[in-house]
Structure formats: structure tokens, C-alpha cells
Design a protein around this ligand. Structure first.
Ligand SMILES: Cc1cc2nc3c(=O)[nH]c(=O)nc-3n(C[C@H](O)[C@H](O)[C@H](O)COP(=O)(O)O)c2cc1C
Length: 372
């Protein structure tokens, strides 16, 4: 048996294999509240060892694009409960990603049309989000100029994450993943070229730029228990206008060295374009479980696990069009490709209507049955 299909003990949570479904916003959530179609979608994918449900906004201000979910109101808890029940009934495990987009947002998405917030007042260039245009229609729009957060406001956002984590646990999630990647709010603090603040949360020392994330992780871990908390980072990713900066490698190695991470459920690191030696140093510095992206191929996944490059492998897009991805990998069955036109927005087409694979013999039998 290949290691990728072995059980994994995630701080006491038993995973049935080592394939993790990546968090993916599908822009299909109406009024920020997940419903029965969300539950059907995730329930179909419960064959993953662990699902990380799409980024959910920790407050109205956290929203970066239309169609994303929330986790700050009682109706969000009720809506998400349908999803956690569907996944658990099918024997799966599920964490919820907690997100704050920071400056990767538009005024039309913000409470009372306010400016989005960030570590800085620098604008994210060449970055669009789905907002509401002047004619009142959903449209891709350039992000708005952000407003630089005060230290007092940072304390408020930390509390929003704590509240969201508690609500996620009430909704039945097995844990939460703090989204500190993709150029979202926490990365806007970590990035040494973007973060132009003075004081405790800015400046040259990596510890200052990492402080907001680490304090938030600590607060969330104290609230719901460190075993239920993961964190996603995307070192060297240039998404959402993240510039490169001096000391970038040292910053990420300082992060990986942080003892707090060893007490958490996992670190999910989706590296951008890095050399193998950085990936190895990151791995060696980190105490605890490491998840990394991998192609949907059992041999590739197994090689990563056998070489100790990761403890769990993460797959995103392949889960969109293959709800039974792990079974397909196990049996070497062919994979379907997702249609580009139905990834974001819309209804069940391209969301909950991708079929499970039927081996040829069974397909033959069922067509024979149909003829009788
Ligand atoms: C449709 C779509 C939505 C995504 N939404 C999120 C998200 O909500 N949070 C996040 O951290 N990453 C998000 N990602 C990135 C994925 O989690 C993953 O890192 C990326 O897709 C790379 O894996 P893959 O090549 O297997 O798809 C998204 C990716 C896709 C394709």
C-alpha cells in the first residue's frame, strides 16, 4: 500500500488518508451564508483525508470578493453546520479556513463603502476582485486604495479571528486554518517591502512583521485549543501584488522556527517559485506537521511523503472535477478536467454535478441494465 493512502493522526484527529482538499472559494455563497448546495459539494468530497473549506470572512470588513462565505453571524453557524454534518456523515474530516483579505478588496464590498484596510496605505496594483460596479452589477474591479490600520484596530481584528474560530467549532468543524497567504491581510504585514509601518508591527525585524500573525494564532489557539488550529502561508508567491524584498528567505525561516507552530495542528505551505534548498530548510526548521501542494498522482504524492518533504499532500483544482479524487488516485482511474467557465459563480453546473468515476465493467453493466 502506498503511504499516501495510509491513515494519519492529526493531533488526535484520525484522517483516512494523507490527501487534503485545498481551500477553494467557488464564489457561489449567497448573502455570505452557506446552504444545502455547499453541504452537497463538500459531502461529495469527503473521501479526502481532510477538507479545508474555502476562506470564510471573519467580519464584513474581511470580505475581498463577492460570493464568499462568512463566519461571524448565527446564520453562518447554522449554514455551515449543514456542511460539517454532510462531511462527517460520509466519514470525512473538515477544517474551515478563516480569512481577511485586507487591501485585496473594493469599497463596494466594505461596510458603508469604507476603504479596505491594510498594514499600509499602498494600493495593490494590477489586482482585481469581484465587486459591484457603478451600475450595480457584479464585475471585476481594481482593488480600492487601503487605509492603514492602527494598533488598536489590530486588536479588534485579532478578536474577530477568535470569535470566528469559536463559531466554526460551534458549527461542527474539526478545526480552523488561519489564511496568512495569497497576499491577504497577514501577508501584507509580513512582506518587508509592503509593510512601511513604524513600531511593534513594522520595520526591518522579521519578528515585528510576523507579530500580528503569531499573536492571532496564539489567541485562536488559546480559545479553541492548538490541536484545532492550522495556518496557511505562501512564501515567495507574488499574488495580489506582493513584492519581493530583502531578507525574504530569513523572514520565512524565522516563521518556520517559531516554537508556537509545533503546538498547532499543521502548517500549510504553498511555496511560490523557490529552490529545493529553501523548501528543505523550511521543513527542517519547522516542528510539527507540514502540508504541501502536490500533483494528483499517487506516485508523486508518495515520493513527497517518503522523502519527508511533507506529511500531508494538498490538492486543489483536481478536487473540483473529481469528487472521488482519492479513489481515482488509488485505482489509477482517469481524472476529469474542470471546465474553466464554471469555476467561479453560478449554480450546480460545474459545482455539484461532476460524476463519480464508474469503472468500465460497472458502466457496461449499468448500460446493459438500462437496455433490459
Ligand atoms: C477556484 C480556486 C479558489 C481558491 N480559493 C482559495 C481560498 O479560498 N483560500 C486559499 O488559501 N487558497 C485558495 N486557492 C488556492 C488553492 O488553495 C491552492 O493553493 C491552489 O489551487 C494550488 O493547488 P492546485 O494546483 O492543486 O489547484 C484557490 C484556488 C482555486 C483554483
Amino acid at each position: 500500500m502506498k503511504k499516501v493512502f495510509d491513515l494519519f493522526d492529526l493531533k488526535g484527529l484520525k484522517l483516512r488518508n494523507r490527501v487534503v482538499m485545498a481551500p477553494m472559494s467557488r464564489a457561489r455563497i449567497l448573502d455570505s451564508t452557506p446552504d444545502s448546495s455547499t453541504a452537497l459539494y463538500y459531502g461529495q468530497r469527503a473521501g479526502a483525508g481532510l477538507i479545508i473549506a474555502e476562506g470564510a470572512n471573519v467580519s464584513p470588513q474581511a470580505c475581498g470578493t463577492m460570493g464568499t462565505a462568512g463566519i461571524y453571524l448565527p446564520e453562518h453557524v447554522a449554514g455551515w453546520r449543514l456542511t460539517t454534518q454532510a462531511v462527517h456523515t460520509a466519514g470525512g474530516r473538515i477544517f474551515l479556513q478563516l480569512a481577511h483579505a485586507g487591501r485585496v478588496s473594493h469599497r463596494s464590498l466594505q461596510p458603508e463603502g469604507a476603504a479596505p484596510v491594510s498594514s499600509t496605505s499602498k494600493h495593490a496594483l494590477n489586482t482585481t476582485v469581484f465587486g459591484i460596479n457603478a451600475a450595480g452589477h457584479t464585475a471585476p474591479l481594481q482593488t480600492s486604495m487601503p487605509q492603514c490600520l492602527t494598533e488598536q484596530e489590530l486588536a479588534g481584528i485579532r478578536s474577530d479571528f477568535v470569535r470566528a474560530a469559536r463559531l466554526a467549532m460551534q458549527a461542527g468543524f474539526d478545526g480552523v486554518e488561519i489564511h496568512a497567504g495569497n497576499g491577504f491581510l497577514f501577508e501584507q504585514f509580513i512582506n518587508g517591502a509592503l509593510n512601511d509601518r513604524q513600531g511593534l508591527y513594522g520595520g526591518a525585524p522579521a519578528a515585528h512583521r510576523l507579530r500580528f500573525l503569531l499573536e492571532t494564532l496564539d489567541a485562536v489557539a488559546s480559545a479553541i485549543g492548538p490541536d484545532h488550529v492550522g495556518v496557511k502561508v505562501t512564501p515567495f508567491s507574488r499574488l495580489a501584488d506582493m513584492p519581493s524584498y530583502e531578507g525574504e528567505t530569513q523572514t520565512w525561516l524565522a516563521f518556520a522556527n517559531e516554537p508556537l507552530l509545533g503546538s498547532l495542528a499543521y502548517v500549510h505551505a504553498a511555496f511560490g517559485d523557490v529552490d529545493a534548498s529553501f523548501a528543505l530548510q523550511f521543513r527542517q526548521a519547522l516542528r510539527g506537521t507540514l502540508m504541501r501542494p502536490c500533483s494528483p498522482d499517487a506516485a508523486a504524492a508518495n515520493a513527497m511523503l517518503e522523502q519527508g518533504l511533507a506529511d500531508l499532500v494538498v490538492m486543489g483544482r483536481p478536487f473540483i472535477s473529481n469528487p472521488d479524487l482519492v479513489e481515482r488516485m488509488r485505482h489509477g482511474w482517469p481524472l476529469s478536467l474542470a471546465s474553466d467557465t464554471t469555476v467561479y459563480g453560478g449554480g450546480s453546473a460545474g459545482y455539484t454535478d461532476y460524476p463519480f468515476y464508474k469503472p468500465a465493467q460497472e458502466a457496461d453493466n449499468s448500460s446493459a441494465d438500462a437496455l433490459v
